[in-house]
Ligand binder design. Structure first.
Ligand SMILES: NC(=O)c1ccc[n+]([C@@H]2O[C@H](COP(=O)([O-])OP(=O)(O)OC[C@H]3O[C@@H](n4cnc5c(N)ncnc54)[C@H](O)[C@@H]3O)[C@@H](O)[C@H]2O)c1
Length: 255
């Protein structure tokens, strides 16, 4: 699979899944522009340092990004041990806003990939809430809606990954029909990255022990990156509105 000639923006490019994805996309010939709050420790074709929890910072970063973008991988994220308001901003409102801004620069055939999670699996249980949040236009309107519908700290990670899946599915339809731009999610199970320990703290020892019996092991980031790369490229041109599990079969045990 070749991504030669494509310009791809990767958020969260400085660590874990984002760094592995950026590396792989470059190996496949893409020009990769990273966006992260931290400095990169890998070779990129461009980098914009930005705090993706703030609308103004996202808008300022967008001004520094290329005028034509073929794909956007929204990979930056924080675990549920972070304050719920930050989880809302980084894991949902930020990628939503960046996508809304950058889709304007994407030609037909463009692709957006959002990293959800196996912890978003039960999105249908809160579908009405997620649809109502998805209908809010823009970062500030989303924050105002969340002030009226507060999300408990204990479940904020699950909530905003669910919300990301629902927004991605809904928004992808209009974008594919009107612009020919696809949008999909990739839902990893546990992955060996620097924040895996935070997920263990978030879920607690009993849940982690029970989950461990249902899977072989956590993934390595280089087992997730190829799926993101596939969804960025033309080989996946008829896939849109999907939430693709990359979890070694873990989600299948929820049936
Ligand atoms: N590791 C797992 O077990 C796992 C499982 C499922 C989903 N995920 C998701 O995968 C994505 C990548 O996580 P990871 O495991 O590679 O973690 P990571 O901590 O290795 O990487 C996250 C990156 O996001 C960046 N980031 C965080 N907040 C930011 C902000 N406000 N502005 C700009 N950049 C910011 C960090 O600097 C870091 O480079 C996240 O969305 C996470 O929720 C991870």
């Amino acid at each position: 699979m070749s991504l030669r000639g494509k310009t791809i923006v990767v958020t969260g490019a400085c660590s874990g899944i984002g760094a592995e994805t950026a590396r792989l996309l470059r190996q496949q010939g893409a020009q990769v522009i990273g966006v992260d709050r931290n400095d990169p420790m890998l070779t990129l074709d461009g980098f914009v340092k930005a705090d993706l929890s703030e609308q103004a910072a996202i808008d300022a970063a967008a001004k520094q990004l290329p005028a034509r973008i073929d794909a956007l991988a929204n990979i930056a994220g924080v675990p549920g041990t972070s304050p719920a308001s930050l989880v809302a901003r980084v894991n949902y409102l930020g990628p939503r806003h960046l996508s809304e801004v950058l889709v304007e620069r994407m030609p037909a055939g463009g692709s957006i990939v959002n990293i959800s999670s196996i912890l978003g699996y039960f999105y249908a249980l809160r579908l009405d809430l997620h649809k109502a949040l998805a209908e809010t236009g823009g970062f500030e309107a989303g924050l105002a809606w969340l002030a009226r519908h507060p999300v408990p700290q204990a479940t904020c990670y699950e909530y905003f990954k669910e919300a990301l899946i629902v927004w991605s599915m809904q928004r992808s339809h209009a974008w594919f029909m009107e612009r020919g731009v696809r949008m999909n999610c990739v839902a990893p199970g546990p992955v060996f990255t620097p924040i895996l320990g935070e997920f263990v703290a978030q879920l607690g020892p009993a849940r982690v022990e029970a989950d461990a019996k249902r899977m072989k092991r956590p993934a390595f980031a280089d087992e997730v990156a190829p799926v993101v790369a596939f969804l960025c490229g033309d080989a996946s041109r008829w896939i849109s509105g999907a939430n693709v599990p990359v979890d070694g079969g873990f989600a299948a045990t929820y049936l």
